[in-house]
Design a binder for this molecule. Sequence first.
Ligand code: ADP
Ligand code: MG
Length: 224
Amino acid sequence: LNLQLQQSEMLHSVGQLAASVTHEVRNPLAVARGFMQIFQKEKYIPEDKKIFLTMMIEEIDRAQTIISDYLSLVKTNTSKIERLNITELLSSLKGVMYPFALLKGVELVQNGQEEVHVIGDQGKLKQILMNIIKNAIEATPEGGVVTLSAEKGNREIIIHISDTGIGMGREQLRMLGNPFFSTKSTGTGLGLMASYRMAAEMNGRIEATSEVGKGTHFKIIFPE
Ligand code: ADP
Ligand code: MG
């Protein structure tokens, strides 16, 4: 028991260390990204060189993603439990993810206005939904749609995220949530694993159905 306690204390400190390192690393990255964006607009930089700036920005974005995917694995469990308005949360996430969807030529829509609530940790739920929405947008070709909605089921709350993307086969569906499972050239394969874990910490679960070439439907289910 003593050893277990020591281990959990150690994990806690590692988590805190990771969180502060992440914070410290993110700021300089954001500053560098900002200057690159400014240079992108400069007239004295030849157009054929600007592609390098775009590549630099993309690489910084990739570094940010890797940092946040790894961080969500070691994050300490200081959860703040409150009553969350899912309809509002989805609408704000739609705003957050809008630029990314626009860039990919994917439409992001929210259906249904019924007020739905979940008891849980806002930070965790945001992270779960962002991971799944981001995957949905990434899987959807230009002109496709990602739809967000929430409903009251039978003693549970169901959040739906569906896309008209490339879909997944049975084998691939089975692999979801496994660490490092990714079909993307620059994927970390950690987003869903962290999401499944955080959903479980909130007494919830995640289910996915999919059809190759048609699209994917994720359900994030919480007790009412
Ligand atoms: P990453 O996004 O870094 O690849 P994730 O854990 O977020 O890692 O996702 C793991 C894998 O699950 C993805 O690489 C992809 O193959 C598959 N996947 C997840 N969501 C979808 C989706 N909406 N449509 C198709 N494939 C998906
Ligand atoms: Mg992902």
